[in-house]
Write a protein that binds this ligand. Structure first.
Ligand SMILES: *Cc1c(COP(=O)(O)O)cnc(C)c1O
Length: 444
């Protein structure tokens, strides 16, 4: 829909923050519809669904361990480390007027095996879920048997009759392409014009077919969905409304709980947990926030981060129009260098849930992404892609808002987790370019 002038005027007067958003200014929005756990009913997914998703990951672990050597050490469990980043904390404290209270950790999804980004959670899960269903329906596997059989020639031949399609700016395409090709599926990745050349090449190398589209991510999805659904035996991974992607992301919460335990970090009313998640369509941050709420309840506070040029979920949740509006309706161009965040329209499935689970959303300028990338690399030796740095401003942004005061949350005993969403597959020359650019912006 195109927003009518009358509606737009009304929104601007009801939601004054819309004006700076439309002027591409960085903003912090606190969600007035955030629900306490006790009032969070009628969600389309549950803790039991998350547990089932975790069991599916466990069933496939022997297959993943044998097909992807980088998962072997963890016995086929796809998970990333949680690292404390004290040097980065010092850097942030030195550069900004306020000091971060509490502990600062980085959740290193940039190191996730298989796809090198957060998409190794949702994307891989959805394809495994689909593969399992096909195999069970065909009577060639049961959940009691070892899934190492999925590596066999017989299974690969079976899956070669089926195809999988996905529309993507890059990272989702990589994860779907890599896991689908490994299982033996024919896989088609519909990519938008802004997708990086190296991602297209890597996908082709892994055995996926890349179909290029002019226009943005939503158009690539639309074209991909139509072409895929017109084929027999084809399945489309739909980033704009997928429950399976969402559940694949959500299990991160179980793993994080264990990691915090291992690190001796408590989470309770006296020790709140703050999590900052870069946001595109909202599926990954939405799934993780949902999972965290199931695991930590009201003691976890989840914030999403979007580029100033792509505040799709922010506008969708603030106005309540969700996927009915896109950033272009507000004169915003959706041009950002944050791969994975260049999304104009939110996921309908995720938005309906995040509306109740997310504490707030802030926006960040592209230039900051590069500065933060360089600061993180130089202080901690951790290289992530630009999008993955967006959460690093979270602690200071939220401290500067009245969130803690209004909700009576102690901040000096808080733990902050910045979700680093990708980076491992970025070629070195690209990464050097990002680092240089950050250096220039920092005036070093
Ligand atoms: C996809 C992606 C995100 C956001 O995930 P959505 O489900 O689109 O909200 C964040 N960071 C990176 C690096 C991504 O690839």
């Amino acid at each position: 829909m195109n927003v009518e002038q009358r509606q737009l005027k009304e929104w601007i007067s009801t939601y004054p923050l819309l004006q700076p958003i439309m002027n591409l200014k960085p903003v912090v929005w606190l969600n007035p519809k955030l629900k306490k756990m006790a009032d969070m009913n009628n969600l389309p997914v549950s803790l039991a669904d998350m547990e089932k998703a975790e069991q599916l990951w466990q069933r496939f672990a022997p297959f993943l361990a044998s097909e992807f050597p980088d998962t072997a050490e963890a016995n086929g469990i796809v998970e990333s480390p949680l690292r404390e980043i004290p040097n980065m904390k010092t850097q942030l404290n030195d550069r900004f007027t306020d000091n971060i209270e509490g502990l600062l950790f980085l959740k290193c999804d940039n190191e996730l095996p298989i796809a090198g980004s957060i998409k190794a959670r949702g994307g891989v899960y959805e394809v495994l879920h689909h593969a399992e269903k096909l195999a069970i329906d065909a009577g060639i596997i049961s959940t009691e048997q070892s899934y190492e059989q999925f590596s066999s020639g017989k299974f690969k031949e079976f899956f070669s009759q089926y195809s999988i399609g996905v529309g993507s700016t890059g990272n989702l395409g990589l994860s779907i392409g890599i896991i689908s090709a490994k299982l033996g599926f024919q896989v088609f990745v519909y990519m938008s014009a802004d997708a990086k050349q190296w991602k297209k090449e890597l996908l082709r190398e892994k055995g996926a077919t890349v179909v290029e589209f002019k226009g943005d991510f939503s158009e690539a999805i639309l074209a991909g969905r139509n072409e895929t659904l017109a084929k027999p035996n084809a399945y489309f991974v739909d980033d704009e409304k997928s429950k399976h992607l969402f559940l694949g992301y959500s299990v991160a919460a179980f793993r994080l709980k264990q990691q915090l335990n291992d690190a001796g970090v408590q989470v309770d009313a006296e020790h709140p947990l703050f999590v900052y998640l870069p946001c595109g369509v909202g599926g990954a941050p939405g799934g993780i926030a949902f999972g965290l709420k199931q695991v930590f309840g009201d003691e976890v506070h989840c914030f999403f981060v979007e580029p100033t040029h792509s505040p799709a979920v922010l506008i969708g949740l603030m106005t309540g129009a969700k996927n009915k509006v896109c950033v272009q309706d507000f004169g915003i161009d959706n041009m950002t260098e944050g791969d994975g965040l260049a999304v104009g329209r939110p996921s309908s499935f995720a938005s309906g849930i995040s509306e109740k689970t997310v504490s707030g959303i802030y926006t960040i300028e592209d230039q900051q992404l590069f500065s933060l990338l360089t600061l993180l690399a130089s202080s901690e030796g951790i290289f992530v892609e630009p999008s993955a740095t967006a959460g690093l401003l979270g602690p200071l942004k939220i401290q500067a808002s009245d969130y803690a005061q209004v909700n009576k949350i102690p901040m000096n005993t808080a733990t902050h987790i910045v979700w680093a969403t990708g980076g491992a597959l970025v070629p070195k020359e690209e990464m050097d370019g990002f680092y240089q650019r950050g250096n220039e912006d920092l005036g070093v």
